[in-house]
Design a protein around this ligand. Structure first.
Ligand SMILES: *Cc1c(COP(=O)(O)O)cnc(C)c1O
Length: 472
């Protein structure tokens, strides 16, 4: 079997594939954003039993057609959905390059360039968050979920020196993790993966703007101390998935200092504002946190799966992931420290950082800043147009996430559901219905750097149309 195929077969397939992909990329708007397939139909589409080999071109053609038909088109400029972006072009090339070279980043010696690139990116982005060398350390992760788990494990090993050998059974008191009730459920999963269990996570009430209530945080900490539990970790969300709320970080840091908690900033989405000059103050206090989750596969517009875990505790990753029984971080040399198999959850590892490095080489920080500011402006434009068309806005985020509905139907979940369903059925845009406190709102988020005023005008027309249909 020639796994390489012949050079002429390769040429034909590359050319065919490039043309097809270019067609999709340049004409994404021709796709319907939303889809409504029956499961039967999709399963039926998996038509191969692998007994009958087919040509590479045929196989590729079949996969592309199926993806076209059976996927929500997140790269579409009318996808106003969760934080899934359109991938910028250099970041797509990065994935191709990684696949062909397939560098192994587990040990420095196998892929020194790739390892140094990732190390440098962690340092530079750590500095954007206000951390200072030489204390910055971190690691690329597959997503915010893995970055969260990494943060929780670092904190456990830092606070409990025996954790590496004894694990949770060595703990006298149950460690308690705090996060707001509006935070991403990745917090719960992180606690479960670390063996603490879901009940170790305490949800703290939010205020009218869905920000963590610091008075409630302190009340809960005191209650837990009285119960004989060990408060030890808090997730502060920098841009919630639902409404873009930013927890009051300086106040959370104060409480954390007082009660000796590790503060982990969940900047999976909102971290991107640190790449602008105008909006950095939204994340004030992040420099005083212990660690950060920042997803590149969200607002930095690179393909999944790419996230950064960054910490200011230089030895924390080694303590958590080194496999030697008596690990002495101070004695470790620089090369060992860069060998990520002893410093991260993963062992074999892909060159994730290239997805961010290549666009940075091409566009620079300035290109990113311009794009992020454009998306913030489009969020403002969306808010203006909604208000001008008789919709009411419920959240007051400066990030481009808008929770809105018609005030007359603000407690009518059937209305928001109807508008959501109709918008998706028609297939021209993707939004979601989202309960904002007691209000049944709709949520639209600018996740695509190609979204313009024209797209937003169209969205407003469809929303108005669907509202009229409901009121008829
Ligand atoms: C997306 C998201 C996560 C989870 O990150 P993944 O990259 O999906 O694993 C956590 N927190 C917030 C605020 C998010 O938006």
């Amino acid at each position: 079997m020639n796994f390489d195929l012949t050079s002429s077969e390769r040429n034909t397939t590359w050319n065919f594939l490039w043309n097809e992909l270019e067609d999709y990329y340049s004409k994404t708007e021709k796709q319907r954003t939303a889809i409504y397939p029956e499961r039967k139909e999709v399963v039926h589409a998996l038509d191969s039993d692998f007994e009958q080999p087919r040509s590479t071109k045929e196989a590729v053609e079949y996969v592309l057609k199926s993806l076209s038909k059976y996927a929500v088109h997140t790269p579409h400029p009318a996808y106003y959905g969760m934080f899934n972006p359109r991938a910028n072009f250099p970041s797509i090339l990065a994935d191709v390059i990684s696949a062909v070279y397939n560098p192994q980043l587990a040990a420095w010696g196998h892929a020194p360039f790739a390892v140094e690139v990732e190390h440098m990116l962690i340092q530079r982005i750590g500095e954007k968050f206000g951390y200072t060398a030489p204390n910055i350390d971190g690691v690329f992760a597959t997503g915010g979920q893995e970055a969260h788990i990494t943060g929780l494990l670092c904190a456990l090993h830092e606070k409990y020196p025996d954790f590496a050998s004894s694990g949770v059974q060595g703990l006298e008191k149950l460690p308690v993790v705090y996060c707001s009730s509006a935070s991403h459920h990745a917090t719960i999963k992180a606690a479960r993966v670390c063996g603490l269990g879901g009940s170790a996570v305490k949800y703290i009430e939010v205020d009218d703007e869905q920000r963590m209530r610091v008075d409630e945080l302190e009340r809960q900490i005191k209650e837990d101390l009285e119960l004989g539990l060990q408060p030890f970790f808090v997730f502060a969300t920098m841009g919630t998935t639902g409404s873009g709320a930013i927890d009051p970080l300086p106040e959370i840091n104060e409480i954390a200092k007082q009660y000796n908690l590790w503060v982990h900033a969940d900047a999976a989405y909102g971290g991107a504002v640190r790449l602008t000059k105008e909006h950095t103050e939204l994340l004030d206090g992040i420099e005083n946190t212990d660690s950060i989750t920042f997803d590149a596969h969200k607002w930095l517009s690179v393909p999944m799966a790419a996230s950064l875990f960054i910490t200011k505790h230089r030895y924390a990753l080694g303590k958590a992931f080194s496999i030697s029984a008596n690990f002495m971080p101070e004695e470790e040399d620089e090369i060992d420290r860069l060998s990520s198999y002893t410093h991260s959850i993963q062992w074999s590892r892909r060159f994730i950082g290239l997805k961010l490095y290549l666009p940075l080489l091409v566009f620079g920080w300035e290109g990113y800043e311009e794009t992020i500011l454009h998306q913030i402006r489009m969020g403002d434009y969306l808010r203006e147009q909604l208000l001008a068309n008789g919709w009411k806005i419920y959240n007051h985020s400066q990030l481009p996430i808008v929770c809105f509905t018609d005030e007359r139907m603000e407690e009518d979940a059937a209305f928001s559901k109807f508008v959501y369903d109709r918008t998706l059925e028609k297939g021209n845009a993707w939004i979601i219905n989202y309960p904002y406190g007691k209000y049944a709102t709709l949520r639209a988020c600018i996740t695509n750097y190609n979204t313009t005023e024209k797209h937003i005008d169209d969205l407003i027309d469809w929303l108005n149309e669907n509202r009229e249909e409901y009121l008829k």
